[in-house]
Write a protein that binds this ligand. Structure first.
Ligand SMILES: Cc1ncc(C[n+]2csc(CCOP(=O)(O)OP(=O)(O)O)c2C)c(N)n1
Ligand SMILES: [Mg+2]
Length: 320
């Protein structure tokens, strides 16, 4: 924690709270039928986004799956534009046409949420290749799930990245389930970092519930990839508290199991570590949370008050 510094730690704590409160508001909006369609939350996994994205430069890019709200928020997209997208409003980040699974920002090099499992992995590989081809010292972070790690897209992408020295950081957000299937029932070797050896690159396992560990280890790893242009595979072991999506009751895991991970909550852990150093106290934490809740409330109001996309836009920005 000390090496992170107080200012950066406060920023990270705020970012995690924004992600958490944003998605809690999404779940409420869904219950109220303001948000429809798919909605996959990242609740429980926030330490991964803050511990990784804060090391990227403006020119670096990243890409992820449909579980994509938090990465957008941490990268600096506004809660307003993502919430409006959730509501399908024209003020949303992709003008209300993508919804929950398609948070995207060209300006911030957020190359999107992707609905096809593993579909984003070649995209991230290509973005990293493009940066290198243009002679820039940029990297790409490609996030994907444990389920996606068994897809051909992952293995073909890593093979090419290792062969061509493509500076791509493959982060498997191993939340231990792919929908209702435990990883150990779907992935032959759940030590996903071991797969790196097969491609002659480095692999690491990181405790994705611990923002300090994620941040400090990823700082060095990202710097090394930037320098050497050698791709890496990270097994980021984490857990999602909620169902796979809003329509999943989560009957495939016990309450005790979920509780055992909630007891290790990344936000509670991080704020406790900050409190130990005297960087924040209980009152300041409560004040910060209150401020974040107000920001999210404003985003919900903005989404509610925003207009629907006009009918004449129905065929624009659509590939046919
Ligand atoms: C190619 C493809 N196959 C199946 C699906 C249906 N599907 C959506 S999410 C998912 C599970 C993916 O799990 P994982 O990669 O672990 O990501 P997580 O949801 O846990 O973040 C599946 C099978 C899909 N969207 N795309
Ligand atoms: Mg998973």
């Amino acid at each position: 924690m000390k090496s992170i510094g107080k200012e950066e730690a406060l920023k990270m704590l705020r970012q995690m709270l924004v992600c958490r409160r944003f998605e809690e508001a999404c779940l409420k909006g869904y219950q109220q039928k303001h948000i429809t369609g798919f909605c996959h939350t990242y609740i429980g996994q926030e330490a991964v986004a803050v511990g990784t994205l804060n090391h990227l430069t403006e020119e670096d890019s990243f890409v992820t799956s449909y579980r994509c709200h938090a990465q957008g928020l941490v990268r600096g997209m506004s809660a307003r534009e993502i919430m409006a997208e959730m509501y399908g409003k024209v003020t949303g980040c992709v003008r209300g046409k993508g919804g929950s699974m398609h948070v995207f920002s060209k300006e911030l090099n957020h190359l999107g949420g992707h609905g096809i499992v593993g579909g984003q992995i070649p995209v991230g590989t290509g973005a990293a290749f493009a940066g290198k081809y243009e002679g820039k010292k940029v990297v790409n972070i490609t996030y994907f799930g444990d389920g996606a790690s068994a897809q051909g897209t992952f293995h073909e992408s890593v093979n090419l990245a290792a062969l061509w020295d493509i500076p791509c950081i493959y982060i498997c957000e191993n939340n231990q389930y792919g929908m209702g299937t435990a990883t150990k029932r779907a992935v032959a070797n759940t030590d996903i970092q071991d797969q790196a050896a097969g491609y002659g690159i480095k692999g690491y396992e990181i405790n994705g519930l611990d923002a300090v560990e994620v941040y400090t280890k990823m700082k060095d790893i990202i710097a090394e990839v930037r320098e050497t242009s050698r791709p890496v595979i990270i097994n980021m072991v984490t857990y999602r508290y909620k169902g796979h999506s809003v329509s999943d009751a989560g009957l495939y895991r016990t309450k005790d199991e979920v509780k055992s991970f909630m007891d290790q909550d990344c936000i509670n852990r991080f704020s406790a570590q900050m409190q130990e150093l005297g960087w924040i106290d209980e009152d300041a934490y409560k004040a910060l949370d209150k401020e974040v809740k107000a920001e999210i409330k404003d985003a919900v109001k903005f989404a509610e008050d925003s207009p629907w996309p006009p009918l004449d836009e129905v065929a624009t920005h659509v590939l046919a």
